[in-house]
Design a protein around this ligand. Structure first.
Ligand code: NAP
Length: 287
């Protein structure tokens, strides 16, 4: 690497597009990995508005970008600007990783891979039917449902504030599950969500309520047998994390998911890099 006062000419440009990425941890993760690998690559986050998304994507190749991550609220919007979308990206209807190929832009969803890995890692000894309470019916919940469809024997209770949105999602995703009735809607009330919490083994919080120091109604039923996976990762411990820890439930915030989706994006951009080394580099100590 030719360095002059810390400056180097990068071989690879990578980045992130979102509406407000000023506090994103993705540049920290990817640039840490490039530095450890002594790789001449730079990852930069860009806050852009909706009108800029299409033109910016069309210019990626001219600016010699190798790849891009997409975050809120553009994961769905970008699909129409891509030349190819993976099967998972198409079904989920959202893309968080783009690779700039010689013949165009390819889109992938690595969020679902992260959820799948986290569930799998926390399920190792379970031989029984597992009930999952999934909270939310937005883009993240779509990735979670797709990930859950890769397991057998899961019963899913889907709680969402807007009933029509949840029911539409259930209709759309039911075909991915082996038998009908595997996903059931739960009303967004204290009583219904409390009952669903009592029935569940795994609780997946995909509403982002923890970012606002809020918690879903019915959370008081969380107990020590639960695995609570919150996709949010607020800097200070949120009320869900506090309560789950008090109850001695197993609680995981979204940082691990962030790291795994980043690692899987890196695998798409740099497939020749050693996977064991990649696993070691994309780990929690980065933060
Ligand atoms: P989204 O598409 O806007 O969906 C938000 C969902 O949360 C909707 O179902 C919405 O319900 C519900 N919701 C929002 N505010 C609520 C409130 N005050 N009370 C009850 N329900 C509420 O957002 P998203 O893309 O799915 O993202 C959800 C969360 O996942 C975000 O916090 C994001 O940071 C996190 N996430 C984390 C990772 C990671 O790597 N850790 C990756 C992806 C996403 P309605 O349908 O009623 O509006």
């Amino acid at each position: 690497m030719s360095c002059l006062n810390g400056y180097f000419e990068p071989d690879y440009l990578l980045g992130l597009f979102g509406a407000d990425v000023s506090r994103s941890l993705s540049p920290t993760i990817h640039n840490y990995v490039y530095q450890e690998r002594k790789q001449k690559a730079i990852y930069k986050a860009f806050s852009i508005n909706e009108e800029q998304v299409g033109p910016a994507l069309n210019q990626l190749a001219s600016f010699e970008f190798k790849g891009l991550n997409i975050t809120n609220p553009y994961k769905e919007l970008v699909i129409k600007f891509l030349d190819e979308v993976s099967e998972a990206g198409s079904k989920i209807g959202a893309v968080n990783t783009i690779k700039v190929e010689d013949n165009g832009l390819s889109g992938y969803n690595t969020d679902y891979l992260a959820v799948k890995e986290i569930i799998s890692d926390n399920m190792q000894n379970s031989q029984y039917l597992t009930t999952v309470l999934l909270l939310g019916a937005g883009g993240a919940a779509r990735s979670v449902l797709y990930a859950l469809s890769k397991f057998t024997g899961f019963k899913i209770l889907l709680g969402n504030r807007t009933e029509s949105r949840a029911k539409k999602l259930i209709e759309e995703f039911s075909e991915l599950f082996s038998y009908k009735g595997e996903i059931k809607y739960v009303k967004w009330t204290q009583k219904a969500l409390g009952n669903a919490t009592s029935q569940a083994d795994i609780i997946i919080e995909a509403t982002g309520l923890s970012w606002q120091e809020q918690v879903y109604p019915g959370y008081e039923k969380i107990s020590s047998h639960h695995f609570v996976f919150d996709l949010s990762y607020p800097q200070n411990q949120g009320p869900l994390s506090k309560y789950a820890n008090e109850q001695q439930a197993c609680y995981l915030d979204g940082k691990n998911m962030l790291l795994i989706q980043a690692r899987e994006a890196d695998k798409i951009w740099f497939p020749a890099k050693d996977n064991q080394e990649r696993k070691r580099l994309f780990q929690q100590d980065i933060f």
